[in-house]
Design a protein around this ligand. Structure first.
Ligand SMILES: Nc1ncnc2c1ncn2[C@@H]1O[C@H](COP(=O)(O)OP(=O)(O)OP(=O)(O)O)[C@@H](O)[C@H]1O
Ligand SMILES: [Mg+2]
Length: 285
């Protein structure tokens, strides 16, 4: 169980998170959505202990206060940042092995279990053919999968991922989401995740938290949170929402032309039939 209570973060002399609270049960999956600059990454960085904060973060009832020992924190929370800088000459396998550091003693070398876990994760993320390749020679999406593999190799009970599918093609996005879902069912992995694709949020997460200006705007099952009016209000986007087999499907559509919108609202203005056709020119005189 991951619990975040009244989390506040100040950055650059400005408060960017204003008392955010959320709870994700063991094996649960919470998607954090919201427009650019809403504070999503800051929330995840605070949970990963990478930014000073007020309020509390607890995993399994244990408080992870700022300054908690790195290994102890890494055994509780694995974090995939929005942007990663990869050491270009390190191989995929050696990089994923770094995720095992929290399980080593201070002077301990890697064990055969570390190698086994690493190889299994590399395989599951479809990276086996690239295992010996230097990170500098990977595509953007392959590199992103290597970062995910490193986090999964950590075997922490909580996985925090900041837009992990941004560089992935549709097939690899599904692979990563399905793998995450399998892990939470098999091992009780608890997932906190930010994503701009509201369809992925709706289809994989148990609950969606919409963050706006550093505050929780709305929080609950996707069916409750994702409404055309909510998406319009907080994202300034026009969408239609249809029922899918695994949750609501959010379809971006072109906004109605202003004139049609006026007509639909019953206000004064030309209706669609009165609008100029492509080959027709009208004079305003
Ligand atoms: N180091 C910093 N110093 C000052 N302000 C910062 C810093 N990092 C982030 N911010 C500001 O904090 C706010 C929240 O940023 P954050 O990265 O959490 O947004 P986000 O919701 O993840 O956005 P995006 O969807 O673009 O990734 C933004 O206004 C951002 O400009
Ligand atoms: Mg972000």
């Amino acid at each position: 169980m991951l619990t975040v209570s009244r989390l506040c973060v100040d950055l650059g002399g400005r408060t960017v998170l204003h008392g955010v609270s959320a709870a994700v049960p063991t094996g649960g999956w919470l998607a954090v959505v919201g427009p650019n600059g809403a504070g999503k990454s800051t929330l995840l960085r605070a949970v990963a202990g990478l930014v000073e904060h007020r309020g509390s973060v607890e995993v399994g009832g244990l408080a992870l206060a700022p300054g908690t020992d790195r290994r102890r924190r890494a055994r509780a929370v694995a974090y995939v940042p929005q942007r990663s800088v990869l050491p270009p000459t390190m191989t995929v396998t050696d990089y994923v092995l770094l995720g095992r550091f929290a399980h080593h003693s201070y002077l301990g070398a890697e064990t055969s279990r570390d190698r086994r876990v690493t190889a299994a994760v590399v395989e599951r993320l479809g990276l086996a053919a690239l295992a010996g390749r230097p990170l500098g020679q990977l595509s953007g999406g392959e590199g992103q999968r290597a970062v995910l593999a490193r986090a999964l190799a950590q075997e922490a009970p909580v996985l925090v991922m900041d837009e992990p599918t941004t560089s992935l093609d549709m097939g690899h996005s599904q692979l990563v989401m399905e793998l995450t879902d399998e892990l939470r069912r098999e091992t009780g992995l608890t997932v906190l995740w930010t994503v701009h694709d509201l369809n992925l949020a709706a289809q994989y997460a148990d609950a969606v938290l919409l963050l706006h200006d550093g505050r929780v705007a709305t929080y609950g099952p996707a069916e409750q949170v994702l409404h055309p009016a909510t998406v319009s209000r907080y994202f300034g986007a026009t969408v239609e929402i249809v029922a899918g087999s695994h949750g609501p499907v959010v379809v971006p559509v072109r906004p109605l032309p202003r004139a049609a919108a006026y007509a639909g609202a019953g206000a004064a203005g030309p209706g669609p039939a009165e609008r100029p056709q492509p080959n027709e020119t009208r004079s305003s005189k």
